[in-house]
Design a protein around this ligand. Structure first.
Ligand code: FPP
Length: 273
């Protein structure tokens, strides 16, 4: 574990000095946690290749990081964690990799539901779930039911997800409702659009993390990330652990979030006039 060293003179101590070891976690401001963290888990393939292994070996180890980060978020009291586990574009990967990822998904859900329940974590999914193999859909449905009454961390898996797919589906449904007369075009506001997205019941992410040194959003929550703080790290996903998460959160806490206002307005809390 990474340690920060805080040294100060303690007058009452005979040695005149005490050394306190503070973990990275201890330096997090618990009053300023992001409510929702979204993560693009990237670098499994490269991590495996660097070890002379097959890409699936990287995904397998990526699951260890998922476990560790979910646990870390639950311990901190983060309310929402969205993980980009499989994109719409990932269907175009070699068949053996897609099959391997789907098997890993089914296996992981089956094994992890008791741990989710033990930690009061509620599972959700966003994306075109109907594209997933039937056994994966069944496993997911059961996991949603079995975790539905949990009240702690909301774990949202983005599966067969892309933002452009989501926006297309939202626009299509709006058109259907307008045609049916249940929605009038003049009633459509930004809130209406938000309500048609697959994330309608979640707040927007405040922090987006991408691992493995790529500086892209890659069709992930394009609408919802409008005001998110973006954090990029070179660490490959299978090496990403709680301390890496804490570093991202501490970085987030040192940012000035302005939401279009001036820095002075934010610092002095001057109301917009
Ligand atoms: C990106 O790395 C990762 C993925 C496409 C899949 C992420 C999946 C996991 C972490 C496993 C848990 C998820 C499930 C579905 C059980 P990459 O393969 O694009 O890596 P590269 O950019 O180095 O090639």
């Amino acid at each position: 574990m990474q340690l920060n060293f805080i040294t100060f003179a303690a007058q009452s101590q005979p040695l005149g000095q005490m050394i306190f070891y503070m973990s990275l976690k201890d330096t997090i401001n618990m009053q300023k946690l992001p409510r929702h963290i979204a993560i693009i888990m990237d670098g499994n393939g490269r991590w495996a290749k660097e070890k002379g292994e097959d890409r699936l070996f990287g995904h397998l180890h990526g699951v260890e990081s998922v476990r560790n980060i979910v646990e870390g978020c639950a311990e901190l009291g983060i309310e929402y964690l969205t993980l980009y586990a499989f994109s719409t574009e990932n269907w175009d990967r070699p068949a053996y990799e897609v099959t391997g990822l789907m098997e890993l998904l089914v296996d992981t859900i089956r094994k992890e539901v008791p741990t989710l329940n033990k930690n009061n974590i509620k599972l959700h999914a966003i994306g075109d779930i109907s594209m997933l193999p039937e056994n994966a859909q069944k496993e997911l449905k059961e996991a949603f039911e079995e975790t539905s009454t949990n009240t702690g961390l909301n774990l949202i898996m983005a599966l067969s997800y892309s933002s452009r797919w989501e926006l297309m589906a939202a626009v299509k449904q709006i058109a259907i409702d307008v045609k049916a007369g249940s929605l009038q075009p003049e009633q459509i506001t930004q809130d209406t659009l938000q309500q048609y997205l697959s994330t309608s019941s979640f707040p927007d992410p405040e922090l987006m993390v991408r691992t493995s040194g790529e500086y892209r959003i890659s069709n992930f929550l394009l609408y919802q990330l409008a005001y998110a703080e973006l954090y990029f790290t070179n660490t490959r996903w299978p090496d990403f652990r709680k301390d890496n998460l804490y570093e991202a959160i501490i970085d987030f806490q040192n940012r000035e979030r302005r939401f279009g206002k001036t820095g002075d307005q934010i610092r002095e809390e001057i109301p917009i006039s």
